[in-house]
Design a protein around this ligand. Sequence first.
Ligand SMILES: Cc1cc2nc3c(=O)[nH]c(=O)nc-3n(C[C@H](O)[C@H](O)[C@H](O)COP(=O)(O)OP(=O)(O)OC[C@H]3O[C@@H](n4cnc5c(N)ncnc54)[C@H](O)[C@@H]3O)c2cc1C
Length: 235
Amino acid sequence: MYDVIVIGGGSAGLMACVAAAEHGASVLLLDKGDQLGRKLGISGGGRCNVTNAKETDELIRHIPGNGRFLYSSFQNLDNQGIMRFFENLGIALKEEDNGRMFPVTDKAKTVVDALVGKIVSLGVEIRTKEPVKELIQNGQHVQGVKLLSGKTILGRSVIIATGGKSVPQTGSTGDGYPWAEAAGHTITELYPTEVPIVSGESWIQSKELQGLSLRDIGLSVLDAKGKTVISHRGI
Ligand SMILES: Cc1cc2nc3c(=O)[nH]c(=O)nc-3n(C[C@H](O)[C@H](O)[C@H](O)COP(=O)(O)OP(=O)(O)OC[C@H]3O[C@@H](n4cnc5c(N)ncnc54)[C@H](O)[C@@H]3O)c2cc1C
């Protein structure tokens, strides 16, 4: 019987393992892929934008919808805490435009390797190629997990960190949503973010800009009358 079973070894699952193991819990990490942190490895164009150096209030202003719910999370671990965390793992960080923080190596792999190294050093048991099928529940009380192989593993707590639905080839196929719902959580409607902008403009459709990469770009969305609905400037 483990104190904590973490399902999913992406950024959330790896951080959950660190937090649980640092508090003395016996931790088992299960991932269905053959390697941990695959999406993390392609994040930030392969360089991993680990956090942003700007003030908390400014970060929250840029969260779509009501970002104020993040204040309580930031109380526990804010951007400065994240920077200290990675620097304590031996990862030197550098600040780029708009406060974006990257590893000096410019390699997301540095971040993945440091996180995996940290959980190994904390004694977390890691099992890859081990897809979880469902949670074992007694009413709404979660008692462990059932693997696709048919085996069961018991745990006092189970953390679902199976990711969203984007880039499913990295392993995140949305498996955790029905489990969380069955355990009594509310799942809001899912929708994609950071998606490509589709335009019918002839100078876009002709693909004459294809392959061009520009810095410091302003983008405005106009309504049918040509009035600006929203503008954004950045990289
Ligand atoms: C192209 C791209 C660039 C990005 N760039 C940045 C960036 O620069 N900075 C930033 O902060 N964020 C960035 N993000 C977002 C960031 O990568 C994600 O928010 C983050 O990876 C989510 O972590 P996660 O742990 O929730 O899920 P994931 O990283 O998706 O991990 C989920 C894990 O769960 C495992 N899993 C799923 N189902 C099961 C199952 N049934 N049994 C066992 N294991 C299972 C998967 O194999 C996977 O390893 C980027 C995302 C993309 C796609």
